[in-house]
Design a protein around this ligand. Structure first.
Ligand code: DP6
Length: 324
C-alpha cells in the first residue's frame, strides 16, 4: 500500500491553447502562457492498494462513474506503465471552489493527480517530467505544475512539450476577478473544441501569429507592462472566439452578459483603470487587473445585473506534495 497527497491550482491562460497537433498526447498546435490562481485549490490523495480490484475516483465525497472515472483510469494507466506499479488505486479529490464558475477544474485536477499518483507509485519526476505527465490528462494541466507565470512550450513530441516558469508568483501583483454569469455546465467542452478548431478558416491565421503574441506577452510580463499585456491578452482571447464561432459546427461560448462585461472592462480601461478581459471556453469573463485596481473592478462588476458572483485570485504556486 502506498499513498501520497498533493494540491494544485487552476490557471488562466493569457495566450490560449486551442487545437492539437497530436490529440492523443495533447501536443498543442501553439504554445501558451498562463498565471496560476492561488486559493482555488484541488487537493488529491492517491492510494495504491492490493485489496482494490478496480480504480476508484471520489470527487467532493461522491463516487464517480462514466467519463470522469474513465479519464482518471486512463491517466493512472500512464503512471502504472511508467513506474511498473501494477496495483489499482483509490483517488480522492476535493475542490475548494464550485465547478462551472469559468475555471477549468481539469487543469488543477490533473496537476494534483500527476504529483500524487507519481509520488505514490514511487516515481521521482522532476518538474518537466510532471508537466509532461499532467499534459496527458488535460493539456492545460501541464501549466499548473510550475510556479507563478508559466509558458507551455508547444514542442513537437512528448519529450519536448512541457511548461516552465517564466516569472515567480510574487513577480507581479495581478488579480484575476472572475465575473461569473452562468454556472450551468457548458454543452461543448474544450476537448471537442480542440478537435473542431481546424475546421475554422481562421485557425491558420490564429496559429500564424501565435509566436509573435507569445513573445509580446512574455515581454509584457517580464517588464510588468500592463497596457502591453492588455493588448495581447484581449487580442488572443478574441482570436480564440473568432475560431470557435467559425468552426463547423460553430460554437458560441459568449452570452449577452459576456459582451456586456467586455464593454464595461473596455470602458474602465478608457478611464485609466488597469483592467483587461479574457474569456475561456464558456461565458464567464476573467478580468485581469492590477492589484490596486481590484476594488474598483470588483465594485463596477458587482453593479452589473448580469454578474452572479465575483471570485478573485492572485498569482499562485505550482503543484505541491502534502505528504508521502
Ligand atoms: C480555452 O486543457 O481544458 O481554457 O486537454 O481537453 O482538458 P483538455 O483541454 P483544456 O483546454 C483549455 C482551453 C482553454 C484555453 C487555455 O486554457 O489555454
Amino acid at each position: 500500500m502506498s499513498i501520497a497527497t498533493a494540491y494544485a491550482f487552476p490557471n488562466i491562460a493569457f495566450i490560449k491553447y486551442w487545437g492539437n497537433r497530436d490529440p492523443q498526447l495533447n501536443i498543442p498546435a501553439n504554445g501558451s502562457i498562463s498565471m496560476n490562481l492561488d486559493g482555488l485549490e484541488t487537493r488529491t490523495q492517491v492510494l495504491f492498494d492490493a485489496s482494490l480490484r478496480q480504480d476508484e475516483f471520489i470527487l467532493n465525497g461522491e463516487r464517480q462513474s462514466g467519463e470522469g472515472l474513465q479519464r482518471v483510469r486512463a491517466f493512472l494507466d500512464h503512471v502504472r506503465r511508467m513506474s511498473g506499479m501494477e496495483l489499482r488505486a483509490r483517488v480522492q479529490s476535493e475542490n475548494n471552489y464550485p465547478t462551472g464558475v469559468g475555471v477549468a477544474s481539469s487543469a488543477a485536477a490533473f496537476a494534483a493527480l500527476s504529483l500524487a499518483a507519481s509520488a505514490a507509485a514511487g516515481l521521482d519526476l522532476d518538474k518537466a517530467g510532471l508537466s509532461r505527465l499532467a499534459r496527458l490528462g488535460s493539456g492545460s494541466a501541464c501549466r499548473s505544475i510550475p510556479d507563478g507565470f508559466v509558458e507551455w512550450k508547444a514542442g513537437s513530441d512528448h519529450e519536448t512539450s512541457y511548461a516552465i516558469t517564466i516569472a515567480p508568483p510574487d513577480h507581479w501583483e495581478l488579480t484575476d476577478c472572475i465575473a461569473v454569469v452562468d454556472t450551468t455546465p457548458k454543452n461543448i467542452g474544450s476537448s471537442l473544441g480542440h478537435r473542431l478548431a481546424e475546421s475554422s478558416p481562421l485557425q491558420a491565421a490564429r496559429l500564424a501569429g501565435a509566436d509573435q503574441r507569445l513573445a509580446a506577452c512574455r515581454q509584457a510580463i517580464l517588464e510588468r507592462d500592463f497596457e502591453a499585456l492588455a493588448q495581447v491578452v484581449e487580442l488572443d482571447s478574441n482570436l480564440l472566439h473568432s475560431v470557435t464561432m467559425t468552426c463547423s459546427p460553430a460554437i458560441f461560448y459568449w452570452q449577452p452578459a459576456t459582451l456586456r462585461i467586455i464593454h464595461a472592462v473596455l470602458d474602465m480601461r478608457a478611464r485609466g483603470v488597469r483592467a483587461c478581459y479574457t474569456v475561456d471556453a464558456g461565458p464567464n469573463v476573467h478580468v485581469i487587473c492590477d492589484r490596486d485596481a481590484q476594488p474598483t473592478v470588483e465594485g463596477e462588476l458587482s453593479s452589473l445585473a448580469q454578474v452572479e458572483k465575483i471570485i478573485c485570485a492572485h498569482p499562485g504556486s505550482g503543484a505541491r506534495l502534502i505528504d508521502r
